[in-house]
Structures are given as C-alpha cells and as structure tokens.
Design a protein around this ligand. Sequence first.
Ligand code: NI
Length: 154
Amino acid sequence: MALRNIITDKDPVLRKKSRVVTEFNERLHTLLDDMAETMYHAEGVGLAAPQVAVLRRAVVIDVGEGIIELINPKIVYESAETIEDSEGCLSSPGEYAMVKRPKKVTVKYQDRFGNHQEITGEGLLARALCHETDHLDGVIFKDLAEYMLEAEER
Ligand code: NI
C-alpha cells in the first residue's frame, strides 16, 4: 500500500466526470488499498478516486464503522427529509460549509470483486455517500453549500 497525493479543488481534474469501472483486477485493488491508507492518513471519513487524480468511479468511506468500498455507486433512494450540517472535504483543506443532504439514502454499487451490493445509510453515512458519489460527477460540496462557515463556527 502507498499514500497517494490528494489534489485540491483548484485542480480541474476534480471537475471531470469519472469513468465506470469494468475491470475488477489487481490494479483496482491496489487503488482501493491506497485510497483507504490515504484517507486514514488524512483523517478523513471518505475519499473518491478523482481526489487522487484517478478518474474512475471508486470510493472509500469510513464513518467509524469500518471501511466501505463502493465501485460504480448509484444513489437509488433519497429520503425527502433532509439534514443541514457542516461538511468539509480533504480536497478543500480548512474550508467548511453548511450543506443540506437527505437524512437517509440507499446506494447500489459493486464491491472490489464486481459483486452487486446495496447499502442504506443515515446521518453521517448518508452524507458521506452523497458527498463521495458527487465527486464522481465533478461536483464538490461547495457547489451545494447553503453558506460557508467561518473558522469560529465550525
Ligand atoms: Ni470530498
């Protein structure tokens, strides 16, 4: 495993749409392992492949319940009820914003072996699932911000 460099939101790569993963091979596993290591090292709760400059639809998340790897994630259900909370991103160091997200989401995805899976998350997990899936379409949390937070508000 190896640490990868996290690009910032000033890099236009983060605005590109990522490609679907079709090969569930050693190369993908190395990417996922590296992404997990990079996320933990940076003390984040989620990381999407474009943040390490790889335009593939792959995401890792750990909101304190263990690692979740999502390949080709697709949100198939969003609750009407939303929660507004502060949010940040490893690609936007030091910046936080209030962002409204669905309270609960269901995501269909593939695991590292290509098996089809489904996960339902609430609260922070729902937020992370939305935030990381957005990265795969070049969307960052600041695009959705109700307003940015000042340092003392975080
Ligand atoms: Ni992010």
